[in-house]
Write a protein that binds this ligand. Structure first.
Ligand code: FMN
Length: 301
């Protein structure tokens, strides 16, 4: 009932673990797969070893999480054990990569493409470090060039740029990526936000600003996916605030083929995939929907 074909990759469920939620640990990824995720995404892998920001890096707000983890990474050429373990997981894995220049994106993506991921996600949208992506994801020419060059370097592996809702026109970026040869679009990354501790009179996060995720951003994510669906032909991995089966159905009706789940793992634990899958199935049975293709983009008709 939930089987999905995303870019030629067969998924037993449309639910995909979003990047950054459980690092690159293969054991945790396997637990996520056992819980019912159709695929898992690694934390974004970068060109050099990076520690990330000091604590606090993640805080829970009323309707979402605010994080400035700062893209900590062991560095792409320091992960042989993780790569070989990731290939033992029973579901497809997606390698998320970032760089601070077009050349770095290409270098990391080319290297990682040889480690057998099912797909490469280009994180051109992280709000936590200007030098690591955000600037690329708001410029259509740069987004197109990164896509084109990584595509050339990675052979047959599908390439999926991940977009920021903070672009003036997200459709312009999605179309530029499609022109550059992208096989899919991932939308959305977090939305830049801030919280201030009024007793301390100081920003709460050590990095001052961070990325907002979780239920607070769901309407923004739905809007972005809806708009992108009208402008590109390639499939969309829609994410942002998905915590229930009904949210996933809404995302698919906006036009997503697969649905990312991130903050829900913080709120509800690793088993949230099982719960969201069964809520989707219940909704489908009640509404006599046999497969997800039937309702993809339904809100556009
Ligand atoms: C703690 C945390 C770390 C994240 N790290 C990454 C990352 O390394 N790369 C990336 O592309 N997105 C990262 N994200 C963004 C998520 O993959 C996702 O796009 C976003 O959280 C929206 O989905 P959600 O509302 O289901 O969490 C991170 C999100 C959180 C909460």
């Amino acid at each position: 009932m939930l089987e999905t074909n995303f870019c030629g990759i067969k998924l037993k469920s449309p639910l995909v673990l979003a990047s950054g939620i459980l690092g690159t640990s293969p054991e945790l990824m396997q637990r996520i797969a056992n819980s019912g995720a159709g695929a898992v995404t690694t934390k974004s892998i970068g060109p050099i070893e990076r520690e990330g920001w000091k604590n606090p890096t993640v805080i829970e707000l009323e309707h979402g999480l605010l994080n400035a983890v700062g893209l900590p990474s062991p560095g792409y050429n320091n992960m042989e054990e993780e790569f070989s373990e990731l290939n033992k997981i029973k579901v497809p894995w997606i390698a998320s990569v970032y760089g601070s220049s077009i050349e770095e994106y290409v270098k990391v993506a080319e290297y990682v493409s040889k480690k057998n991921p099912s797909m490469i996600e280009l994180n051109i949208s992280c709000p936590n470090s200007k030098a690591h992506g955000q600037i690329f994801g708001i410029n259509p020419e740069i987004a197109k060039e990164i896509t084109q060059k990584t595509k050339q370097a990675c052979g047959k592996i599908p390439i999926m740029p991940k977009l920021t809702p903070q672009a003036t026109d997200i459709c312009e970026i999605a179309m530029a990526c499609e022109e550059g040869g992208a096989n899919a679009i991932c939308a959305i990354n977090t939305v830049q936000g801030m919280a201030i501790d009024i007793e301390m009179r100081k920003p709460v996060l050590s990095n001052k600003m961070g990325g907002l995720s979780g239920p607070a951003i769901k309407p923004i994510a739905i809007r972005c996916v809806y708009q992108i669906f009208e402008k590109v032909k390639i499939p969309i991995l829609g994410m942002g605030g998905i915590t229930r089966g009904e949210d996933a159905i809404e995302m698919i009706m906006a036009g997503a083929t697969a649905v990312g789940v991130g903050s829900a793992v913080y709120y509800n634990g690793i088993d949230c995939f099982k719960k969201i899958n069964s809520e989707m199935e219940n909704w489908m049975k009640k509404n006599k929907v046999k497969n997800l293709e039937e309702i993809k983009g339904a809100a556009h008709k």
